[in-house]
Design a protein around this ligand. Structure first.
Ligand SMILES: N[C@@H]1[C@@H](O)[C@H](O)[C@@H](COP(=O)(O)O)O[C@@H]1O
Length: 244
């Protein structure tokens, strides 16, 4: 895993955006894997700024999001569909028909999961996957204990994950208990992965990722087996790590 050390959240966001912009310019038909949460928000802001200033085009880009809450419709302000439209898609020239987010209210959950993976595969796989990380090492919504061989599936969210995301909801009781997420194997099939980590609340997480063993109890640890992972981490997140 290659680590880019940056000063702060702003620099992390700009650095990540520059990498994404470079990849989109190099391959206008790129397939991006996108993440939600607080971490990538600044990167999306930078992409929007660049699109307004330099007209980088996303017309031919396809995107797949990592996850969605079960029970939330796309127009629910707390859904990840809504987050993506509001944080990025509404502000760039991407064709929304080519932006995919798991359906949180499917008629048949198993079929929806299967269809999601099949669609990714049929288009040739994800070229660049953006990831954040939960404090417990979850990626997407793959909680500790998730099989490394998992495809897209439904998970029961840990209390700590629901609490960490409760800031977006009126109360903790409103945070869904389940989510649909790309699996670990879905994520690992991406050709390149960019993991963003910021803030001291992620310092222990990053230390464990770098120094710890590869175990299903810490889902992100599998990234050590991927041959093209770049971590962009700020000084607060890196505070527990001894850099070479
Ligand atoms: N499903 C998302 C993850 O994709 C994200 O990485 C994580 C961390 O969120 P944040 O970036 O807000 O710390 O939160 C959620 O659980």
């Amino acid at each position: 895993m290659n680590i880019i050390s940056v000063n702060d959240y702003t620099e992390m966001s700009r650095t990540a955006a520059e990498i994404v912009i470079g990849k989109v310019k190099g391959n206008p038909e790129i397939i991006l894997g996108l993440a939600t949460g607080g971490t990538p928000k600044g990167m999306y802001d930078s992409l929007i700024e660049d699109h307004a200033r330099n007209h980088t085009s996303y017309e031919q880009v396809t995107s797949f999001n990592l996850d969605e809450y079960i029970g939330l419709k796309p127009n629910d302000p707390n859904s990840y569909h809504f987050y993506m439209n509001d944080s990025l898609f509404n502000h760039i020239d991407i064709n929304k028909e080519r932006t995919f987010v798991p359906n949180g209210t499917p008629e048949n959950t198993d079929e929806e999961c299967k269809r999601y993976d099949e669609r990714i595969d049929s288009l040739g796989g994800i070229d660049l996957q953006i990831l954040g990380i939960g404090q417990n090492g979850h990626i997407g919504f793959n909680e500790p204990g998730t099989s490394f061989t998992s495809g897209t599936h439904v998970v029961t969210l840990e209390d700590s994950t629901r609490q960490a995301n409760a800031r977006y909801f009126d109360s903790i009781d409103d945070v869904p208990t389940h989510a649909m997420t790309m699996g670990i194997s879905t994520i690992m099939k991406s050709k390149q992965i960019l993991l963003l980590i910021s803030g001291e609340e992620k310092a222990e997480t990053l230390k464990r990722l770098i120094d710890g063993e590869i175990t299903e109890e810490f889902p992100a640890s599998i990234l050590k087996k991927h041959n093209n992972v770049t971590i962009i981490a700020d000084q607060k997140a890196l505070s527990g790590v001894v850099m070479p």
